[in-house]
Design a protein around this ligand. Sequence first.
Ligand code: HQG
Length: 187
Amino acid sequence: MSKELSKFISLVLRHEPTKFGVVLDSAGWTSIDVLIDRIRASGFPDVDRAALDAVVENNNKKRFTISDDGLRIRAAQGHSVEVDLGLASKQPPAVLYHGTATTNLESIKDKGLLPGKRQHVHLSSDQDTAISVGTRYGKPVVLSVDASRMFEDGIRFFQAENGVWLTDTVPAKYLDIDQAIAATRSR
Ligand code: HQG
């Protein structure tokens, strides 16, 4: 139940607030009272503030942030609706990782990493996270991103409240894409 609820809250706060009668402000925040009301009306009649707090607290990726005054909530990252999270640009670790499916490699070699429906390309500082991200779409492969060179070249990075690294796009020249393709072929 808490996983289902977490997925539903992700859907509302990242992708389809309007469909469920929720209004996000420009930074992605919305009233917790209203959200709970909408959650109850959408197939989770027993959810109260304590249940919501438990989902936020126990979420394995800390996907949701509650405002300091305790009244509002937002998704930490992953939005397809347009929001400005207001994150300060930050120097990333020298290397970041992106997990994808092997079937995407040729297209990524051609176009680089694109955000798709989301607002940013999502990167992680550890390879294990990247593998589990890639597994969602097929046989996973982890790409290394030369974040230090991107940063030197003036490309901005942001770190979401839950630690996920965000950037607009990753041109293919910053990826070990040929190596990844060769490794996939020799498997
Ligand atoms: C791929 C999850 C072809 C990209 C995760 C990915 C993350 C390309 C897919 C967060 C491409 C987009 C985001 C290109 C990128 N050609 N394919 N040029 N450029 N792709 O779900 O990064 O669990 O929008 O590799 O943990 O997989 O939901 O992005 O496979 O943090 O909280 O296009 O979602 O978080 O897929 O995942 P997604 P993602 P949650």
